[in-house]
Design a protein around this ligand. Structure first.
Ligand SMILES: Cc1ncc(COP(=O)(O)O)c(C=O)c1O
Length: 290
């Protein structure tokens, strides 16, 4: 049980990759983070679809089929034998002797899978996160699009460092139009006047797998919700707020800047967390029975 890696099909506790790999030299890589539920990777196909989308943005050709990647993930999970695992899938553009920005035509991408144990039975945090708004902006969509989950997370890393320096837990990033985008590794949700809002894709966000899962759930449960262009002003009368991601699932927000949310975790946040867990459990059970 523990940390285990799989590099191009070879399972090992300590994978080694060349220092000439462009993932190391330039952050020229892609990744996905999923988690298991009931020991099975949750929404793996959705993560692989986004990995392919990110690869298309980076002009990287993923030569492994979804079935091959799923098999390698399953093999690594079986070898690690953790109760529940964090699963990171990384594709680097590869290594070549020539150190040049322009990648050679013959370059061969690498596929790396890292699994490590995570605590089973996730629960909703009772203490809310403190988010801060920073001068640092989310990367513009016309630059390295936030829609691609690449190994180049430096802007988000800096934002997280700056948020912590400011005494907060995470940053809430605006775009260059002053629109609210997302936190450094999670999507944002706010409840205002009974409607649950999340920023539109056009504001420049990563389209979270958890975000989509929640949108589907909200639709099914007929809970008033909207993908919208949000500005800072929209935050100051929010009744509830939370972040969503594959690892955090749902994390309640207690404070944004100087504004304390009146309810944390709020009733809707609790309901959605319970719904999410119920759905994830049902899906894992269905997969287990196959
Ligand atoms: C910038 C960013 N936004 C949002 C998310 C949430 O996405 P998901 O729900 O697919 O984990 C992540 C997670 O990796 C992220 O890095």
């Amino acid at each position: 049980m523990g940390l285990l890696m799989n590099l191009d099909g070879v399972i090992t506790p300590d994978a080694q990759i060349s220092v000439l790999d462009r993932g190391f030299l330039y952050g020229d890589s892609l990744y996905e983070v999923a988690r298991t539920f009931g020991g099975r990777p949750f929404a793996l196909l959705e993560h692989l679809a986004r990995l392919r989308q990110s690869a298309a943005y980076l002009y990287i050709n993923i030569r492994w089929s979804d079935a091959q990647i799923c098999t390698e993930v399953e093999r690594t999970l079986a070898a690690a034998n953790n109760l529940e695992s964090y699963v990171r899938i990384v594709v680097t553009r590869g290594a070549e002797e020539e150190i040049s920005l322009f990648p050679g035509a013959e370059i061969e991408p690498h596929l790396l899978i890292i699994v490590r144990p995570i605590p089973p039975n996730p629960s909703l945090a009772e203490k809310g996160l403190h988010l801060t708004l920073l001068p640092r902006l989310r990367v513009d969509r016309r630059a390295l699009t936030p829609a691609a989950k690449t190994g180049n997370y430096l802007n988000n890393i800096l934002a997280l460092i700056e948020a912590k320096q400011a005494g907060a837990d995470d940053a809430l990033l605006l775009n260059n139009q002053g629109e609210v985008t997302e936190a450094t590794t999670s999507n944002l949700w706010i409840l205002r006047k009974g409607i649950l809002y999340t920023p539109v894709v056009e504001s420049g966000i990563l389209q979270g797998i958890t975000r989509q899962f929640l949108l589907d759930l909200l639709k099914e449960w007929q809970i008033a919700h909207k993908e919208a262009t949000l500005t800072q002003e929209d935050l100051w009368d929010a009744e509830e707020a939370f972040l969503s991601s594959s690892v955090r699932l749902i994390a309640p927000v207690g404070r944004i800047g100087d504004y304390s949310l009146p309810s944390c975790p709020g009733a809707l946040t609790r309901r959605l967390f319970a719904g999410l867990i119920e759905r994830m459990t049902a899906k894992a059970d269905a997969l287990g029975k196959k």
